[in-house]
Design a protein around this ligand. Structure first.
Ligand SMILES: [Fe+2]
Ligand SMILES: [Fe+2]
Length: 260
C-alpha cells in the first residue's frame, strides 16, 4: 500500500496565518507517513524568492524526494519564483506504485498579476500522451497541473467581472477538454488547483477506467488535505486530514481510514 496527498494554492508569504496553516499541514502529512505529496501550484503568494525559500523550509521535514511541485500563476509574478519549481513544461516522475506527470500550465503572460489564466498547447498534450504510453503497468497514473481543464463557476466579484467583460481569467484551459479526452482510459487522477474551492469530477462510462479530476482548493485556507491510499493502480481508501483550528481528529471520508 502506498499513499499520496494533494496540496494546492498554499500562497505562502501571504500572511503569518497562511504559513502557520502550511506548517500544520506538513506536520500532519509527515506524522501520517505519506509517501508522496503532490503540490499543484501557487506555492507562493507573490512569486517572491523569499516566499519560495519559506515554502522550502516548511516542506523540508518531508524531504525533497517526497514532494512533487508544479508552478502556478502566482509563482510567476514578482521575482518569478516559479522558474525554480520546474524545468521544461512536461515531466514524468516514476516512484513505486505511482507514475506522476507534471505539467506546467503557466505562461509568460502570468508575469502580470491580472492575467492569471493558464496555457495548454497542442505540444503539451502530445508530450503528455507520449508519457502516458510509458506508464508502468500497475502504477497509479496521475497528471498534476495548476489550472483547471474543465469549466468551473467563477469565484468572487473580480472573476465574475472579468468574465462579464470577456477576459479569460476565470476560464478553463482552452484545450482542456481535448486533454481530458486523451487521458480517458489511460490516467486515473488529474490533480489541480487555481480555483480555491475544492471539487471533483468523475469521467468515464460505467465499467471503464474512471478518470477523477480533483481540485484541492486553497489547502492553507481550508486547513485540510486529501490523502489517498493506493495499490496496483487503484485508490483503495481516502480521507481528509483536517488541521484547521478546532477540527476533530482526522475523519475518514467516503471510505475506510487509511492504514498508517
Ligand atoms: Fe491560488
Ligand atoms: Fe492560481
Amino acid at each position: 500500500m502506498r499513499t499520496l496527498a494533494h496540496l494546492s494554492d498554499l500562497h505562502v508569504g501571504k500572511d503569518a496565518a497562511t504559513a502557520w496553516s502550511a506548517r500544520r499541514l506538513v506536520r500532519a502529512l509527515d506524522a501520517a507517513g505519506v509517501d508522496r505529496v503532490l503540490v499543484t501550484g501557487d506555492v507562493t503568494d507573490r512569486g517572491r524568492l523569499e516566499e519560495l525559500r519559506l515554502f522550502r523550509r516548511i516542506v523540508a521535514p518531508l524531504g525533497p524526494e517526497r514532494v512533487l511541485v508544479v508552478p502556478g500563476n502566482h509563482d510567476r509574478i514578482g521575482e518569478d519564483a516559479g522558474r525554480y519549481l520546474m524545468a521544461g513544461r512536461v515531466h514524468a516522475v516514476v516512484s513505486p506504485g505511482l507514475f506522476a506527470i507534471r505539467l506546467d500550465s503557466t505562461a509568460p503572460h502570468n508575469r502580470s498579476l491580472v492575467d492569471g489564466h493558464g496555457l495548454l498547447t497542442e505540444r503539451d498534450i502530445a508530450e503528455v500522451e507520449a508519457l502516458l504510453g510509458a506508464a508502468p503497468a500497475g502504477a497509479l497514473v496521475v497528471l498534476m497541473l495548476h489550472h483547471h481543464l474543465h469549466a468551473l463557476p467563477e469565484e468572487g466579484f473580480l472573476e465574475r467581472l472579468s468574465s462579464l467583460v470577456g477576459w479569460p481569467n476565470a476560464d478553463e484551459l482552452p484545450l482542456g477538454g481535448r486533454l481530458l479526452e486523451r487521458l480517458l482510459g489511460r490516467c486515473d487522477l488529474v490533480l489541480h488547483g487555481h480555483r480555491h474551492v475544492p471539487g471533483e469530477l468523475v469521467l468515464g462510462e460505467e465499467g471503464d477506467r474512471p478518470l477523477r479530476v480533483l481540485n484541492a482548493g486553497c489547502s492553507t485556507r481550508l486547513g485540510r488535505v486529501r490523502v489517498m491510499a493506493h495499490r496496483e493502480g487503484q485508490v483503495l481508501a481516502e480521507r481528509w486530514l483536517d488541521v484547521s483550528p478546532g477540527a476533530p481528529a482526522a475523519l475518514p471520508v467516503g471510505g475506510t481510514p487509511i492504514a498508517a
